[in-house]
Design a protein around this ligand. Structure first.
Ligand code: CTP
Length: 412
């Protein structure tokens, strides 16, 4: 069955010469059974008229932001129900607006109000495509989980030859199909993710924590939700916005995170522990702020916190469990030992001593370990890309025959 059948696609068209190709793209998607609504920037109207898209799609075209009446709100409400928003062609200007969160034309407004999967197919002059501002903006969109169908090399409208031509329509169509297929492959699955650092109080003003930003866990939660899962995200303190459509449970101390994990693990299919759980906490929390009192040193007595994954490993019924190991030496060996010790189905190891990746960064370079002879080292990539790849690797273990997960006693 075609994955596009019955799907609602919001097609944003921005103002480049390739705008005319959007009409053919619309046709192709319709032929595959999709219902398409078109959104145009003012620039796009210089190349193709709204009437063309209205006639082809059979739907009103959103092309004017200051129209009278409730039109604008209706357009945004209807686009928000789409299964996928795509922008083809995407110009450098519309890309910049999307990256920066500007919302001053129908396409950028729709994007800023849309929480579903987004796919873009850029088309522009080759020098523009190579410009660092464009590269940065593309990276920003990718980091947000937007699928980018890169332009192809060839003769451009300006006569130059190089990368910038809108990708072949069949390539775009294939990308739309795989993004839509992906957007339901976790349907019916319950995913529990932990993220961020923990925070152990010392006194009313101080705490012990770590550098975790939470980006990896938030990316997994967001991607799993976009792929159709029911997601609960248990998060320590982070500066990140909660991903849309995800149930967020906030905590600070290890003991709180432990309680939330154990409370929410029942009936979940996967637990992904990306949280950088603190290993030690002060034995006593001082009621009053600790004063210097003329002492040159301060000694804090620390005790070990509960090991959440170890506790999970003792549960009679447990989901597929993935741990993360941030190591600074003997990376693979330490991660493998951790996988065995904590009885994990998978562990994702990364080298925190490598510059520019890991903590706080948008990128990471990891090795996925499922057993002594099952290791996959991935190149450096965005955390959102790692999230998708990891979900790809987890999924086959959840798709057991007769609705059973290997190693699990209960049906899904
Ligand atoms: N973890 C946990 N509970 C803890 C500490 C860690 O559940 N108290 C989880 C982390 O979320 C991660 C995995 O265990 O998924 C590995 O964490 P890491 O800190 O690398 O392992 P530790 O067991 O703390 O070992 P180490 O001595 O290397 O710190």
């Amino acid at each position: 069955m075609d994955v596009l059948k019955g799907k609602r696609i919001a097609l944003g068209v921005s103002g480049g010469i390739a705008a005319y190709k959007a009409a053919e793209l619309l046709r192709l998607m319709q032929r595959s059974g999709a219902e398409v609504s078109v959104i145009m920037t003012a620039g796009a109207k210089q190349f193709v008229t709204p009437l063309t898209f209205e006639a082809l799609s059979g739907n009103p075209v959103y092309h004017e932001i200051f129209e009278e009446g409730a039109g604008r709100m209706e357009h945004i409400a209807s686009a928000s129900k789409a299964d996928l928003l795509m922008v083809a062609p995407l110009t450098a200007n519309t890309l910049a607006k999307m990256a920066q969160g500007l919302a001053d034309d129908p396409v950028s407004i729709t994007y800023s109000a849309f929480s579903g999967p987004v796919l873009v197919a850029p088309a522009m002059n080759d020098q523009m495509w190579a410009h660092s501002a464009v590269r940065d903006n593309i990276r920003t969109l990718k980091a947000r989980g937007v699928t980018v169908v890169p332009p192809e090399s060839g003769e451009l409208a300006c006569g130059a030859i190089g990368p910038g031509r809108l990708a072949e329509l069949d390539t775009i169509l294939d990308a739309v199909k795989s993004r839509l297929a992906q957007s339901i492959d976790y349907k019916g699955k319950r995913v529990l993710v932990t993220a961020g650092p923990t925070r152990e109080p010392i006194d009313p003003v101080r705490f012990i924590s770590n550098h975790s930003s939470g980006k990896m866990g938030y990316a997994i939660a967001d991607k799993a939700r976009l792929r159709g899962a029911e997601v609960t995200l248990i998060s320590g303190p982070t500066a990140l916005a909660p991903p849309a459509g995800v149930r967020l449970l906030s905590c600070e101390r290890v003991a709180e995170m432990r309680d939330l994990v154990l409370k929410n693990i029942t009936d979940c299919d996967v637990l992904v522990m990306t949280a950088a759980v603190g290993d030690f906490a002060p034995r006593e929390i001082e009621k009053e702020k600790i004063k210097k009192r003329g002492e040159a040193t301060l000694t804090l007595e620390m005790t070990q916190t509960p090991d959440i994954l170890k506790e999970v490993s003792t549960l009679e019924e447990k989901p597929f469990v993935v741990g993360f190991a941030a190591e600074s030496e003997n990376i693979l060996q330490s991660a493998l030992e951790k996988q065995e010790r904590k009885k994990l189905d998978m562990i994702v190891a990364n080298d925190i001593s490598a510059p520019g990746i890991g903590f706080q960064s948008d990128d990471n370079q990891v090795t996925l370990i499922s057993g002594p002879d099952e290791q996959e080292t991935w190149p450096r990539m965005l955390k959102v890309e790692i999230a998708d790849r990891l979900l790809d690797r987890i999924l086959p273990s959840l798709k057991a025959p007769l609705g059973m997960v290997p190693g699990r006693e209960r049906p899904l």
